[in-house]
Design a protein around this ligand. Structure first.
Ligand code: NDP
Length: 232
């Protein structure tokens, strides 16, 4: 049985990842969230797929919690690590509006979190057979796609997260770990809102296909949920 670790697994895309990998039947799922006690939908999945899904407390903005969970799981192998947890920060943020403290928090969650996860879990991923690390980025982090400006905190955090994945791809190549950024599309979640064209089911199905097909040559690249490569 292969294994996958998902951060931000209590709602939105992360919860759908747990549902799909759990239903698949061939995956051991480590589902991480900030407040397991309040994660009712996730705990229902864990009860349904009892021997295959476990819930773990993890705030990705807390380096101590990341190190502690990695130490607790140091005996496990993790085939796919998915940095899914993310925060948008202030919506509609325009020129001159950025709050530095909020911006730094967004960077801590969206950019520093995935890097610290990779540093702490490289051993567990490295001893698996698939050896994949993925971060759910956003097209809003694309330099070439930015024609509408604004959203300073979120855009910069996702552009920097892409660079984190690129450096990880270089640094972890000799361990055979494939590191990629993903784009889920615009999806109907709390973050994406009700007007988004894609449902979580379709987006996650696409990202799972991309992850399943990854080869060493794909490391350091950025893929859309439909498999198309995205320019930085
Ligand atoms: P949601 O807002 O629905 O869910 C965000 C998830 O991240 C929640 O589980 C939330 O947990 C978790 N999270 C936030 N901060 C932390 C933290 N410090 N530690 C651990 N978990 C945290 O968003 P989506 O499901 O839509 O987004 C998932 C990913 O996809 C994000 O990285 C997002 O940037 C990206 N994305 C989404 C798009 C969309 O259209 N939906 C488009 C492009 C990218 P909690 O409940 O505790 O807050």
């Amino acid at each position: 049985m292969e294994s996958v670790l998902v951060t931000g697994a209590n709602r939105g895309l992360g919860l759908e990842m747990v549902r799909q990998y759990g239903e698949d039947g061939n995956w051991r799922v480590y589902a991480c969230c900030r407040r397991p006690g309040e994660a009712e939908a996730l705990r229902r999945f864990a009860a349904t797929f009892c021997d295959r899904v476990s819930v773990h407390r993890l705030d990705v903005a807390d380096a101590g919690q990341i190190r502690a969970l990695a130490a607790e799981m140091s005996g496990q192998s993790i085939d796919i690590l998915i940095n899914n947890a993310g925060t948008y920060g202030p919506s509609g943020e325009r020129f001159g509006e950025a709050d530095p403290e909020v911006w730094l928090h967004v960077l801590r969650v969206n950019t520093v979190g995935p890097a610290l996860m990779a540093f702490s879990f490289a051993g567990s991923v490295g001893r698996s057979s698939r050896r994949v690390m993925a971060t759910v980025s956003s097209r809003m982090g694309s330099l070439s796609d930015n024609t509408s400006g604004g959203r300073y905190a979120y855009r910069s955090s996702k552009a920097a997260a892409n660079m984190v994945m690129k450096s990880l791809a270089v640094d972890l190549a000799e361990r055979g770990i494939v590191c990629v950024a993903l784009n889920p599309g615009w999806v109907r979640t709390d973050m994406g809102g009700p007007q988004a064209p894609l449902g979580p089911e379709q987006s996650v199905r696409g990202m799972r296909s991309v992850l399943a097909a990854l080869r060493p040559k794909d490391s350091g690249r950025w893929f859309n949920h439909d498999g198309a490569e995205i320019p930085w």
